[in-house]
Design a protein around this ligand. Structure first.
Ligand code: AMP
Length: 301
C-alpha cells in the first residue's frame, strides 16, 4: 500500500490587510532541494532552530537573523533525542498553526517542520557527542540532552545548509556546545547568539513557562532576582564564588515551591565551576517550579 505524503505546501494568511506566503516543508529531501535553489539564486540562508510554541524570545532571534538573511528558515521540531526518560516530551506544548502564522508575520520564507521519523528513520545510529562541555550544568541531570541537541543541530545544518544560525543565550550551555561543535567539525555555518528576552517582570521567556500557575510565579521570579543579587555582590567587590552561590541559593530556597537543580558560577567558555571571580564569570541556574524546569543565566562581572 502506498501513501501520499505532503512534503511541502504554501500557506496564505491575511493579517492587517497584508497578504504573504510562507512555505512549509516537512521532508529533508524537499528542504535540501529548496536550500540548493536558494543558494543557486545567491541567497543567504539564516536558520533559527526551535521546538515551536513560539514566544517573543524566538521572534527576537528571527528578527536578529533577518538582519543577515535573504531567506529566513525557522525549524519547528520537538526533538525526541534531547529528552531523557521521564521528561516532558509528550507534554511539551505545541501549536503549529499559531507558530506558522507568527513565522509568516516575522517574514520567514520557510518553516521546516519534519516528523520525528523523518529525522530519525528506523535504524538510526549516528550521534554527535562532545567530550566535556555536556558534563557540566544541565548535562549532570540531563545526561543525553546535549548529545541529542548536537545531533539534531548537525542534521539541521546538513538539511537546511544555512550560512548562519541563531541561538539564544537563554540556553547558554547549548550555545557554547554548538559553537564548539561548529569549530571542531569545521561546519561552514556562522553562529549568532541572541540575548535572553524576558517578560516584563524579568522571567526569561520559555515555552515551558506555560506550565506555571499564577501562584508559582513568585518562585519562578527568584531566578532573575538571584542573578541580580549575584551581579550586585560581584559589583560590590565579592570575589568568593561560593559566597555568591550561597546567597543566590538562599534567595531561591526561600520559596518552598522551588527545587534547585543547580546554582553555579562558571567560566563562560569552559563552563567549569569558579572558586574566585578573577576573570569573566557567569551565573547559571536550573530550578524546578511545579512541572516546569526553569533555567536562566547572566554574566555577573
Ligand atoms: P526552544 O524552542 O526552547 O528549543 O528554543 C529555540 C531557540 O530559542 C534556542 O536557541 C533558545 O535558546 C532560544 N530561546 C528560548 N527562549 C529564549 C528567550 N527567552 N530569549 C531568547 N532566546 C530564547
Amino acid at each position: 500500500m502506498t501513501s501520499i505524503r505532503r512534503c511541502f505546501s504554501f500557506t496564505f494568511y491575511e493579517t492587517n490587510g497584508e497578504q504573504g506566503a510562507i512555505e512549509t516543508i516537512t521532508t529533508a529531501s524537499a528542504m535540501q532541494a529548496q536550500a540548493q535553489t536558494l543558494r543557486n539564486q545567491g541567497k543567504r540562508i539564516v536558520l533559527v532552530p526551535t521546538m515551536g510554541f513560539l514566544h517573543e524570545g524566538h521572534l527576537s532571534l528571527m528578527r536578529l537573523g533577518l538582519a543577515h538573511a535573504d531567506a529566513l528558515v525557522v525549524s519547528i521540531f520537538v526533538n525526541p533525542t534531547q529528552f531523557g526518560p521521564g521528561e516532558d516530551l509528550e507534554a511539551y506544548p505545541r501549536d503549529f498553526d499559531r507558530d506558522l502564522a507568527l513565522c509568516r508575520d516575522e517574514g520567514a520564507a520557510v518553516v521546516f517542520a519534519p516528523q520525528p521519523e523523518e529525522i530519525y528513520p528506523a535504524g538510526f545510529q549516528t550521534h554527535v557527542d562532545l567530550e566535556s562541555l555536556p558534563k557540566h550544568l544541565c548535562g549532570k541531570s540531563r545526561p543525553v540532552h546535549f548529545r541529542g541537541v548536537a545531533t539534531v543541530v548537525t542534521k539541521l545544518f546538513n538539511i537546511v545548509s544555512p550560512h548562519m544560525a541563531v541561538f539564544g543565550e537563554k540556553d547558554f550551555q547549548q550555545l557554547t556546545v554548538i559553537r564548539r561543535m561548529v569549530r571542531d567539525l569545521n561546519l561552514p555555518v556562522g553562529i549568532l547568539g541572541g540575548p535572553t528576552f524576558r517578560e516584563a517582570d524579568g522571567l526569561a521567556m520559555s515555552s515551558r513557562n506555560a506550565y506555571l500557575t499564577p501562584a508559582q510565579r513568585p518562585a519562578a521570579l527568584s531566578l532573575i532576582q538571584s542573578l541580580h543579587l549575584a551581579r550586585e555582590m560581584a559589583a560590590n567587590g565579592e570575589t568568593d564564588a561560593r559566597r555568591i552561590v550561597e546567597a543566590a541559593t538562599g534567595m531561591i530556597n526561600a520559596h518552598p515551591e522551588a527545587r534547585i537543580d543547580y546554582v553555579a558560577v562558571c567560566n563562560p567558555q569552559t563552563l567549569e565551576d569558579l572558586t574566585r571571580l578573577d576573570g569573566p564569570a557567569r551565573m547559571f541556574l536550573a530550578v524546578r517550579v511545579g512541572r516546569a524546569r526553569l533555567i536562566d543565566n547572566m554574566a555577573i562581572n
